[in-house]
Design a protein around this ligand. Sequence first.
Ligand code: BGC
Length: 425
Amino acid sequence: MRGLAGRRTRRALAAAGVVLLLAASACTGGDDDPEAARVEVFTWWAEGGEKAGMDALVSRFTADCAGQQFTDAAVAGGAGINAKQVLTARLAQNDPPDTFQAHAGAELTDYIDAGRVEDLTGEYDEWGLRDALPQGLIDDLTVDGKIYSIPANVHRANVVWSNPQVLSEAGIHAEPKTITAFLGDLEKLRKAGIEAPLALGRDWTQLMLLEAVLITKLGAERFAGLFTGATSWNSSAVSAGIRDFDKLVKYSNADRDSMDWPDAERLLIDGRAGYQLMGDWEAADLTAKGFPAYDWFTFPGNGDAFQWLADSFVLATGAPNPDGTKCWLSTVASAEGQRAFNAAKGSIPARTDTPTDGFSAYQLAAVEDWKAATPVPSCAHGSACSQAWQNAVNTALSAYSTTHHSVVALQKALAAAATQFVKQE
Ligand code: BGC
């Protein structure tokens, strides 16, 4: 019922908007039916490089889809930590936005299994997407032979960003190749007066750090097996990884649990930290925030593992404006839409035929890396695990970081989550 109320509120706002639009239509040519032509797009891209990416996509949409209007339903919070809760509540109340952001892989499968998204297989054929997108990505979007979303990009999670001036002042001039060397550099920074040299944020950002360490300890294949049931969470290799993770966390800011990723990033920009492990949305965000002098390297010991995730857009079941939404999706799917969006967002295009003009040096390097890399999925960003599993793991990390600080208790909680959520194929 609250869904209906929500719709009514939107209608009332739309009606009020009609008056304004009618007043404006003398100059702009107006819009015959503004309510029907709105496409409500639900994401968590609300500021910095994320908003810049969204704005670029919206410009293309406005050019491509005459008569349609974009309505921004973004809910701020990195990795969708708040947005996914709001979305879940709206879907449960049968009040879907027209389209929403969903990660390719297990997270998207949640929505498909719950019947929350429409089949877009026909659009794939109509828009020639089977040839333009990598088969591996199409496989991650497909359930029982049907394809349910349009990928906008591919992001990389396992990247360490650095403030070169801070490192140089501490006498660090090379990237560490092992976790031991990384710990050594963190110690050097601390001795040079940087109290918390590794910028870190709340639960899900800690999960990203832990995942990167586990990729080093287990290798790409065994790491991926943690989320299929093929690799045990109780092994001594996982214990060793959690111990290294614990050592790394001890070099981080004590107020990490109250920080989202841009707050931790601010420590790096301001020279209060030397490093931050974060996905490559950070490249665009650092630039958007006036700090283009960053440097980066793949997390020590990850080799050619490219920990990937992909943002995709769906047609929600019961979307109020399916035609307008399909036009939004066709913009997301287009090579020009992907170029404009990714140039600003920091990711690489999902389409392999997208021009790369306007891309940063980091992005051009990522495009090349992606061609030869070993793809590894991410739990923090939904390619490896379901939302329920993600929540359980985030809860375990939060308990470790804020309360018990015990590596043994953390491993137990992670193993228990795997037992509960691994899918029995
Ligand atoms: C999304 C990115 C976003 C990042 C931080 C990830 O889950 O896929 O698009 O930039 O979260 O909010």
